[in-house]
Design a binder for this molecule. Structure first.
Ligand SMILES: [Zn+2]
Ligand SMILES: [Zn+2]
Length: 263
């Protein structure tokens, strides 16, 4: 009964494959439900790794075509939205532009022009204390959650991607976001893309998962696939980590309503 609610498409300009290609792999792997979540368009061109606003109708149409091609698969329509303080109105506008099943909130930008997971900025981890970079990220992540604009938030400890982590107990970074998730009743994901990156582990760390479980925060397990063969990648590992943290259910979304399904 596996689902994967974080799939990209060629329309975001750094992934390959159409919705129908991802759906085919999902069916082959025995999934019952998937969700597309391409990087959200901005009002005007913003960077080189997201969908153009002109492509939004095409995105919706391609997801619809995948639904028609694979009626045995539940295919949900979503977006992975960058949370950027001051840009909330645009997200609200986007939310009204389609019949979304879910919206994901993500933090990639921790300062203007600095997407923390972009390899072209990796040298910055040597130019300032890693703890400072993490503080910037987690402050933005908490604000993303508290905006209340999203159904779940993506890859919680993304700034570990290249292997840079502050010293000591990292729960000091996680706790404000866990509290915000609990207060706003918002879910989060285990994202297996981290296993395909230098850090070589899922987002988030086990200690984040344990805190989230204790606070009863709903969980999803997602691949963040950027090519069709990454659908449900490493779900066995993610499942084991979720269970280790005490989870026994995962969340799904339809028309922005959450339901829980046994792991
Ligand atoms: Zn991407
Ligand atoms: Zn992302």
């Amino acid at each position: 009964m596996t689902a994967d609610f974080h799939l990209h498409t060629f329309l975001c300009r750094h992934a390959i494959g159409s919705p129908v290609d991802y759906a085919r792999v999902a069916v082959e792997k025995g999934l019952r439900e998937i969700g597309f979540a391409d990087h959200n368009p901005m009002r005007v061109e913003f960077d080189d790794w997201r969908m153009s606003i002109d492509d939004l109708p095409r995105y919706i149409e391609l997801v619809e075509q995948a639904r028609e091609t694979f009626p045995q698969l539940a295919i949900r329509l979503g977006l992975e939205c960058d949370f950027i303080a001051g840009n909330e109105r645009w997200i609200e506008e986007l939310a009204s532009m389609a019949d979304w099943d879910f919206l994901i909130g993500s933090v990639h930008y921790i300062a203007p022009g600095w997407d923390v997971d972009n390899p072209k900025h990796v040298s910055r981890f040597h130019e300032m204390p890693v703890a400072e970079i993490w503080s910037m990220y987690w402050k933005a992540y908490e604000a993303c959650i508290r905006s209340g604009l999203f159904d779940f938030v993506a890859h919680p400890d993304l700034p570990k991607k290249f292997g840079f982590r502050p010293d000591g107990d990292l729960r000091r970074f996680y706790e404000p976001s866990i509290a915000a998730l609990a207060e706003k009743n918002i879910a989060f994901e285990i994202n297996t893309a981290g296993l395909r990156k230098p850090i070589g582990e899922v987002y988030p760390a086990l200690n984040f998962l344990k805190l989230a479980r204790a606070a009863n925060i709903p969980l999803l397990i997602n691949s963040d696939a950027h090519e069709p063969n990454e659908v449900a990648a490493d779900f066995g590992k993610a499942d084991a980590i979720a269970r280790e943290a005490g989870y026994s259910e995962t969340a799904r979304f339809e028309k922005r309503t959450r339901r829980l399904v046994a792991l």
